[in-house]
Write a protein that binds this ligand. Structure first.
Ligand SMILES: Cc1cc2nc3c(=O)[nH]c(=O)nc-3n(C[C@H](O)[C@H](O)[C@H](O)COP(=O)(O)O)c2cc1C
Length: 218
């Protein structure tokens, strides 16, 4: 079996968040059957969703309004079995890049029209990196968790910090994150949970799909 774990970095630059995500994916890739991929949102044009609903009317898999170079990120998102989304903390919340990415995923509803449970066998975890020790990491993680809940992605926290990975970078990019031993330890625990939950969901999939067909009458 191949379990596809997709990491998404919400930072507009190569800094602390990208480093933490890279480390996390490197760790995850060491486990059996886990294949990792990464999307760095800084490499994409992510204009904001204008709620024109053209994607819904045209039953598109992508944003049908903006001409952007981001079709591959949609496909990667649809195909992944597990997600690890990391964001810097901006004003106690996720970055504009990340929230734009979330909003541009509105065509997800076209996929869920066919299969409302499309995301129910997937799992996600969140990491937030702030310049201040308690600068809004938890509220940022809540935003990412809210995104997962919207589509029915299972959410996992850590076994050490409850809701996810919380890093204190001291505004010092990669060096700052590397120096936060406590935070990195929390992230490592989170990866273990994420990987274990991925096995649970993927290996339970046969029975799950049988029952889903019965219960959802599809
Ligand atoms: C516009 C802006 C707002 C920020 N707001 C916060 C904040 O509310 N809380 C916090 O802890 N850090 C805040 N920071 C600091 C960043 O979260 C911190 O430097 C983080 O490590 C940046 O991640 P990066 O190195 O991956 O870009 C803010 C930075 C910017 C540019």
């Amino acid at each position: 079996m191949v379990i596809k774990l997709l990491g998404i970095c919400g930072s507009p630059r190569a800094g602390a968040t990208e480093h933490v995500l890279n480390e996390s994916l490197e760790k995850a890739a060491k486990y059996e059957e886990i294949s990792v991929d990464e999307i760095l949102l800084k490499n994409y044009k992510l204009p904001y969703c204008i709620h024109c609903d053209k994607c819904i009317r045209e039953e598109s898999r992508y944003c049908a309004h903006h001409d952007v170079n981001n079709k591959e990120i949609y496909e990667k998102f649809y195909e992944a079995d597990a997600y690890l989304i990391a964001s810097p903390v901006y004003l106690m919340n996720a970055t504009g890049q990340l929230t734009s990415f979330f909003n541009l995923l509105r065509p997800v509803w076209n996929i869920m029209k066919e299969d409302p449970g499309y995301f129910w066998d997937k799992v996600g975890a969140a990491i937030a990196v702030g310049g201040t020790r308690h600068g809004g990491q938890e509220t940022t993680i809540n935003t990412i968790h809210g995104f997962y809940h919207t589509y029915g992605v299972h959410v996992v926290g850590g076994n050490h910090a409850y809701n996810g990975g919380t890093i204190w970078s001291k505004d010092n990019k990669k060096a700052g994150a590397k120096a936060d031993n406590e935070g990195m330890n929390i992230v490592h625990n989170l990866i273990e949970r994420l990987v274990l939950s991925s096995y649970q969901l993927q290996y339970g999939k046969k029975r799950y799909l049988e029952m889903k067909k019965k219960i959802m009458k599809k």
